[in-house]
Design a protein around this ligand. Structure first.
Ligand code: GDP
Ligand code: IMO
Ligand code: MG
Length: 428
C-alpha cells in the first residue's frame, strides 16, 4: 500500500497544514521528514478552532492517526514539550506521537549561533527563523550532532555536549563576544526534557515499513517548500534540509518505490518570508493588498510575508523536481475581486526569454517576469464546493495554471476551513 508525499511547491506557507488535515481521515500515519520548528502549519477545524503546529505533524488533530517525527527532522526538546502541552491543554490527545531515535536535537548553542551569525551578516542575512535549524544540520553533516537516542545514555550525552561546547564556546565568546554555555547545565536540562518524552522514542523506520506491509497508508508531510530546498532552492537563501519529495525517503526510511502520489501544494499567488530572489514580488499597493486579503503574516515569527503574482516558471520547476502527480491549489478565494490577474509565464533574463528556471543564481536575480493577464471575477467563491460552482473566469484561471505547470490541479482551496475545498479528481 502506498505512501503519499505532500510538498510545498513555492517558498513555504502554501497551506500544507490544511492539506494534511484534509487527507488525514484517509491515512493511518502522518510523518514529518525534515525541518524543525522553523515551520508553522495552520489547521482550522470544522468547529472553527485553529491550531498552529511547528514540530508536530498536522495529523495529531485527527483521532486514530499515528504521528511520527522522522529521522530527518531536527528537534528542539523544549519546543516539543511546549507544543505537546499546548495541544493537551486544548484537549487534543497526543498519545499517538512517535519520535525517531535518529532525529537530531537542536541544542541551546545552535539557537545562540543561529541568532549571532544572522546579526553578524547584517544586510547579507538569510532572514532565518532564528530557531537553530542551520547550525543543527551543520553538526549533523559534520558528524558531531546530538541525537534523540543520546538522551537514553547520560554518559554519551555529556561527552557529546562537552566536545561540542569546547568548540562552540570559543566561537560564541571569542568571535561573537557572547557568553559561553555550561556543559552540565545544558546536559542536565536536555536530560530532564528527554525523560518527559522517552516513552515516545522509537525505531520509526521499522514501524513505518511494517505499517506499509500491513497495507496502511502513510502521509509524509513536508515543511518549507521546493524553493527553500538546500539543493533545489534559491541557495543560499534556503533552509538547511530537503523539503522536496526526494527528502521524504531519506528523512523517514521509506523507500521511493513505496511512494505512489506526490501532492504539490501551491498558492494561487506567491509569498516568501526572509531574504532572497523573488521575481514576481510586488513592492507596490497591489502587494500590500494581497498581504492583507491573504492574511500573509508568518505563523512562526509573525513577520510580514513578501507577496507577488503567481509564477508558473516555479510551478513547472516544482512539478519536475518533485515528480508532482497532483497539485492542490490553495487560496484561490483571495484573488476574488481583482479585475485582471497577471500570471508569470516566463522570465526575461539578460535579454533572453526562458520558460525554465535559470541555471545560475545570478540569472535568477536578474529574471524579469513576463506576464500574461487573465480576467478576474468579482464573486465571493468561499462557498463553492464543486468546480462547476466557480465563476467561469476562476475556472479559466485554474485551467490556465494547470496547463502552464504541466500537472493536474486535483483540489482547490477556497477558504481556510477543512470543508472549503473543491476536489476535482480523486488523488489519494
Ligand atoms: P503551511 O506552512 O504551508 O502549512 O501554510 P501556513 O499555515 O503557514 O499558511 C497558510 C495560511 O493560509 C493559513 O493561515 C491557512 O489557514 C490559510 N489557508 C490555507 N488554505 C487556504 C485557502 O484555500 N483559502 C484561504 N483564504 N486561506 C487558506
Ligand atoms: P512552513 O513549513 C516559510 C525560511 C526563513 C528563511 C529561510 C531559512 O511553514 O512553510 P531557517 O530558519 O529554516 O534556517 O530559515 O527559510 N523558512 C520558511 N519560510 N515557511 C516556512 O515553513 C519556513 N521555514 C523556514 O524565513 O528565509
Ligand atoms: Mg507556514
Amino acid at each position: 500500500m502506498p505512501a503519499i508525499v505532500l510538498v510545498g511547491a513555492q517558498w513555504g506557507d502554501e497551506g500544507k497544514g490544511k492539506a494534511t488535515d484534509l487527507l488525514a481521515d484517509r491515512v493511518r500515519w502522518v510523518v514529518r521528514y525534515q525541518g524543525g520548528n522553523n515551520a508553522g502549519h495552520t489547521v482550522v477545524l470544522p468547529d472553527g478552532q485553529d491550531y498552529a503546529l511547528h514540530l508536530i505533524p498536522s495529523g495529531i488533530l485527527t483521532p486514530g492517526i499515528t504521528n511520527v517525527i522522522g529521522n530527518g527532522v531536527v528537534i528542539d526538546p523544549g519546543v516539543l514539550l511546549d507544543e505537546l502541552s499546548g495541544l493537551e491543554e486544548r484537549g487534543v490527545d497526543t498519545d499517538r506521537l512517535l519520535i525517531s531515535a535518529d532525529a537530531h536535537l537542536i541544542m541551546p548553542y545552535h539557537v545562540a549561533i543561529d541568532k549571532v551569525t544572522e546579526r553578524y551578516l547584517g544586510a547579507k542575512r538569510i532572514g532565518t527563523t532564528g530557531r537553530g535549524i542551520g547550525p543543527c544540520y551543520q553538526d549533523k553533516i559534520a558528524r558531531v550532532g546530538v541525537r534523540v537516542q543520546d538522551l537514553l545514555d547520560e554518559k554519551i550525552l555529556r561527552q557529546k555536549v562537552e566536545a561540542a561546547l569546547e568548540f562552540k564556546n570559543q566561537v560564541l565568546v571569542k568571535v561573537y563576544n557572547r557568553k559561553g554555555l555550561d556543559v552540565d547545565e545544558v546536559t542536565d536540562t536536555v536530560l530532564e526534557q528527554g525523560e518527559r518524552f522517552a516513552h515516545r522514542i522509537a525505531d520509526t523506520r521499522l514501524e513505518l515499513n511494517r505499517a506499509l506491509e500491513r497495507g496502511e497508508t502513510v502521509l509524509l508531510e513536508g515543511s518549507q517548500g521546493t524553493l527553500l530546498d538546500v539543493d533545489h532552492g534559491t541557495y543560499p537563501f534556503v533552509t538547511s534540509s530537503n523539503p522536496t519529495s526526494g527528502g521524504a525517503s531519506a528523512g523517514s526510511g521509506i523507500g521511493p518505490g513505496r511512494i505512489s502520489t506526490v501532492l504539490g501544494i501551491v498558492k494561487a499567488y506567491t509569498t516568501r518570508v526572509g531574504s532572497g530572489p523573488f521575481p514576481t514580488e510586488l513592492l507596490d499597493e497591489s502587494g500590500e493588498d494581497l498581504r492583507k486579503s491573504g492574511g500573509e503574516f508568518g505563523v512562526t515569527t509573525g513577520r510580514s510575508r513578501r507577496t507577488g503574482w503567481f509564477d508558473a516558471v516555479i510551478g513547472r520547476y516544482a512539478a519536475r523536481v518533485n515528480g508532482i502527480t497532483d497539485y492542490f491549489l490553495t487560496k484561490l478565494d483571495v484573488l476574488s475581486g481583482l479585475e485582471r490577474i497577471p500570471v508569470c509565464v516566463a522570465y526575461e533574463v539578460d535579454g533572453f526569454r526562458t520558460e525554465d528556471m535559470p541555471m545560475t543564481q545570478t540569472e535568477v536575480h536578474h529574471a524579469v517576469p513576463i506576464y500574461e493577464e487573465l480576467p478576474g471575477w468579482a464573486e465571493d467563491i468561499s462557498g463553492c464546493r464543486s468546480f462547476a460552482d466557480l465563476p467561469a473566469n476562476a475556472r479559466a484561471y485554474v485551467e490556465r495554471l494547470e496547463e502552464l505547470m504541466g500537472a493536474r490541479i486535483s483540489a482547490i482551496g477556497v477558504g481556510p476551513g477543512r470543508e472549503q475545498t473543491i476536489v476535482r479528481h480523486e488523488f489519494a
